[in-house]
Design a protein around this ligand. Structure first.
Ligand code: SAM
Length: 280
């Protein structure tokens, strides 16, 4: 899909891009190729696409003969998408907010497709990036991989994080492996967004398999990050069950600097911290 194809569709169906829904449509075939190369989509594979929009990526997935279950929240895109679905029996449209998709509903869709696995491939609305990634990481049935087009800064923070973790980069690191794909110029979209994008591929997804309680580790992380500018040590002391001297001893034992911030800790540091705090 190029700019004139897109403008033709927008005009034909009297659609104007909705900023509130993060509608920056892809108009660059090279980028579509790059997304598909990262996702390694195979014939008959089940693909969950978030936000098909006017179908640029959807069409390419269908060209590869994948089975596509696409979730779109904006009903004003119904006509062009129904047109596409009318031509391809491998496209199934769900007019639904992706965040409301339940594990059970997805299970039923997989059964219907007789699929044992699936991949998520999408050019997602930027403001939902963390929520969408978090949703699939924690899904009962995790995808084989996820390939997203996201803001460049977010992709770089997740993959490179330069020893500074965010909640999102920790979530990805705990449950999978992130790979930074190509950087995508903002002119590859219409309307042109403010910033460049990048392809973020998350693979090797797995359930929690660490030697510390999952819930406790996340409680610690949330407590540690609640006031990001404050020292981790002080943030953790907001839990009345954590004694100052004991925490100081654990920091020494783990060679953690008392002046460090929560963002400085690696996944291993959080596991060690949780293990030490929960053992008496
Ligand atoms: N896939 C198209 C493309 O690449 O040109 C459109 C991508 S556009 C960045 C994001 C799409 O996600 C829009 O079509 C928008 O309506 C849809 N969307 C926004 N919020 C959504 C949600 N919560 N659930 C499902 N789709 C959503």
């Amino acid at each position: 899909m190029n700019l004139s194809d897109l403008q033709f569709l927008l005009k034909k169906y009297k659609i104007s891009p909705n900023y509130l829904r993060g509608q920056n449509f892809l108009i660059d075939d090279t980028v579509l190729d790059q997304i598909l190369a990262q996702a390694k989509v195979k014939k008959n594979e089940l693909i969950l696409e978030v936000g098909p929009g006017l179908g640029a990526l959807t069409q390419r997935l269908l060209n590869l003969q994948a089975q596509v279950a696409a979730f779109e929240v904006d009903k004003s895109l119904e006509k062009p998408l129904l047109q596409l679905a009318g031509l391809n029996d491998k496209l199934e449209l769900h007019w639904q907010d992706i965040l409301s998709l339940t594990d059970g509903q997805w299970q039923d869709i997989m059964l219907l497709h007789q699929a044992k696995a699936y991949k998520v491939v999408a050019n997602i609305p930027y403001y939902l990036t963390a929520k969408i990634i978090g949703k699939f990481i924690l899904a009962k049935n995790q995808p084989e991989s996820m390939t997203f087009l996201v803001q460049r800064e977010v992709a770089e923070r997740v993959v490179l994080h330069k020893q500074k973790h965010s909640l999102l980069s920790l979530s990805v690191a705990f449950y999978g492996q992130a790979v930074l794909g190509e950087i995508v110029n903002k002119n590859s979209f219409y309307p042109v967004p403010k910033v460049d994008s990048a392809i973020l591929h998350i693979k090797d997804l797995h359930v929690w398999d660490y030697q510390a309680d999952e819930v406790f580790v996340w409680q610690l992380i949330h407590r540690g990050m609640v006031a990001k500018r404050k020292k981790l040590f002080n943030n953790l002391l907001s839990d009345p069950k954590i004694e100052k001297q004991r925490l100081a001893d654990i920091f020494i034992k783990l060679q953690l600097d008392q002046n460090s911030r929560a963002e400085d800790l690696s996944t291993n540091d959080w596991i060690d911290l949780a293990k030490n705090l929960s053992s008496r």
